[in-house]
Design a protein around this ligand. Structure first.
Ligand SMILES: Cc1ncc(COP(=O)(O)O)c(C=O)c1O
Length: 345
């Protein structure tokens, strides 16, 4: 059975063009700096994002962790939004790998108040750790793909600069943010010192993310990547798909956003389901199904019988994520299936 898979944009398979590019890719040993396709991807990525240099990493998690390691020292403190990916889903890596502690800030829809960031920066006191990094996430995954406004990023960046603290952006879906804001992706990256973005989510590459920053930062980051086992050999096979991702797939994300909107509007027309439309900005739809009497896990298990996969836990929220392999007629099928399930209740 072919499923309509709305669990995540990470489920996307490489396109035929990617497979062809991977097959034909020129490769070499990248630890020796000899893989021409990795070099091409890294140069292209740096240019697109507006940073001096870039580095191919195996995953978004590896990219974030290497970035935190490169910016900080053991015993430092870093500021992050409390529901961000680095805090929630990276296995406590910042404590284990970087030896830093987290000062988390409760954001509204993932958006931190710059005043809270300012008041969280440690003063020079013998008792305090040093604040050595501020992390942002745009789009914000757990907030439902919300875009952090540029004005907010700018304000936080200016506070950071005034205190000589670098800013790292988890921009796993930065191209979704740029599409929503209708700006060049550089306009987002300019308020950061380092950026991680994923090639393997809505952009469909099978593996890989990018870390970008200054030449000096990337030089040091390469050592930490190696330490974590991320020094790959003939990685051009993977990088070839990343080049297609950057050149082609970044240009079509508005279609995913449109489908997410259609889905959210349709869900709101179903009795018992509520979606806050102000949060539906990119390709993620967070729905509250509490009034249906079903939990997220129950609805997702019933949807499996209709060939539909969604992420529903034991609470009353269900997350839907649109991507390249979700077309408009799939949205109609999903809405029909949910209506049919609720009628049977
Ligand atoms: C915002 C965000 N950052 C980082 C990651 C980690 O990416 P990966 O799964 O490639 O480690 C994800 C994955 O979903 C994400 O949503």
């Amino acid at each position: 059975m072919e499923y309509i898979d709305l669990r995540s944009d990470t489920v996307t398979l490489p396109t035929q063009e990617m497979r062809d590019a991977m097959y034909k890719a020129l490769v070499g040993d990248d630890v020796y700096g000899e893989d021409p396709t990795v070099k091409e991807l890294e140069e292209k990525a740096a240019d697109i994002i507006g940073k001096e240099d870039a580095m191919f990493v195996t995953s978004g998690t590896q990219g974030n962790q290497v970035s935190v390691m490169t910016h900080t020292h053991h015993g430092d403190e870093i500021i992050l939004e409390e529901k961000c990916h680095i805090i929630t889903y990276e296995v406590g890596g910042i404590g284990y790998l970087s030896g830093v502690q987290a000062k988390t800030i409760r954001g509204i829809n993932g958006i931190m108040d710059p005043k809270d960031v300012l008041s969280s920066i440690r003063t020079d006191d013998i008792h305090f750790p040093k604040t050595s990094l501020i992390c942002l996430e745009n789009t914000h995954n757990r907030a439902g793909g919300i875009v952090i406004p540029l004005s907010n990023m700018k304000e936080i960046y200016e506070i950071a600069k005034a205190h000589n603290i670098p800013v790292h952006l988890d921009g796993a879906r930065i191209f979704n943010a740029a599409t929503y804001l209708n700006v060049d992706v550089k306009e987002i990256a300019r308020y950061t010192d380092s950026v991680m973005f994923c090639l393997s989510k809505g952009l469909c590459a099978p593996v890989g993310s990018i870390v970008a920053g200054s030449k000096e930062f990337i030089k040091r980051a390469r050592k930490y990547r190696k330490m974590l086992g991320g020094g790959l050999r003939q990685a051009g096979i993977l990088a070839a798909s990343g080049i297609v991702a950057l050149e082609k797939m970044t240009k079509r994300l508005a279609e995913d956003h449109e489908n997410a909107r259609l889905l959210a509007e349709g869900l709101n027309n179903i009795k018992g389901i509520n979606v806050d439309m102000s949060t539906v900005q990119t390709n993620i739809v967070m729905s509250d199904i509490s009034a249906t009497g079903l939990t997220g896990a129950q609805l997702s298990s019933k949807l499996l019988d209709y060939g539909i996969k969604v992420n529903g836990g034991n609470d009353y929220n269900v997350r839907f994520v649109t991507h390249y392999y979700i077309k408009k007629d799939h949205i109609d099928k999903v809405l029909h299936a949910i209506s049919a399930i609720l009628k049977e209740q």
